[in-house]
Structure formats: C-alpha cells, structure tokens
Design a protein around this ligand. Sequence first.
Ligand code: SF4
Length: 172
Amino acid sequence: MDNRITPMTITGVKVNYYFICKTKLWLFSHNIQMERESEDVSMGKLIHESRYSRVKKDIIIDNVISIDFLKKGDILEVHDIKKSKKMEEAHRWQLLYYLYYLHERGVEAVGVLNYPLLNKKEVIEPSEDDFKEMERIMDEIPRIVYGNVPAPVKRRLCRKCSYYEFCFGDEG
Ligand code: SF4
C-alpha cells in the first residue's frame, strides 16, 4: 500500500478543517503553511503534551490518522484531547473519521472527546448514518482540494487563524 500523503489523502485534520473553513482546508491540503502559530494551537499542544502522561500518545495508523491515545476495554476507545468546545462539531467529525477509518478495516470502536480544561468528556458512539455522512464528506473533500481555492469568508475565528494574513492581509 502506498501511504504517501498527497493533497488527496484525507486525514483527521482535513475533516476538521472541512467543518471549520473550506479555504483553510484547501490551503492546508496544498501544504501552504504560515509561520505564525496561533495561541490556541500553542495552548492545544501544551495541553496535549502535559496531560494524560500515563498513556501512550500519538498513535499513527497507516501514516494517515494520528490518534491521541487508545484505551482497551469491552470495546476499543479512541480518545481525542481538545482545548475547548468552541469547534465541537469539527472535533466530533474528526473523531468520527477515525472511527470510520477503523470500521473500514474491521475494528469497531467508540470515540471519547476529552476536554481536560473543562473537566468534561463526551462519548461518541457512531451510527450507520454517521458513516454514510462521512462517505459523503470524503467525496466532497477532494472536490474542494482539486478545485480553485475557496474564497475566504471573514468570521470571528479568522483573527486566530494562522492564514489570516494570507486571506485578509491587504485589508490593513
Ligand atoms: S483566516 Fe478565516 S477565511 Fe482564512 S483560512 Fe483562516 S478561517 Fe478560513
């Protein structure tokens, strides 16, 4: 199997960006990266590194998906660590993508979104409808990535986005 990452390769981050911003999805998929790392991203990395020290973190599967950590029980738990619930829908679908990816390879699992700063967890049990919707999203992501760059739409979240200068830098 060829596991090279191409603009077509669908990763959890791309599924996340599909929900956050199509422009961001396109830029990221074409390996356009900006130097400035947002405070949110830095804080997210710090939480990721400092919490859950007793578990093995960052499990990479097929060089395509990167799972924060796994727990084995009656059913496998796929855990994702997030800073806040602001992007909850995107977080949920990113985790559902991991569950779908494993399901397609014969591994059934549930997802757990961990919000350590809020002391909250959310368990995600995927349904057949979730997996059908994921297939639709997986068809749509390559269409976006191989099309023209989607026009940026300014929203509150743009101020914290590393692509802000790229999208709106000439607006002063
Ligand atoms: S600055 Fe806004 S429009 Fe541009 S990529 Fe980021 S979120 Fe999308």
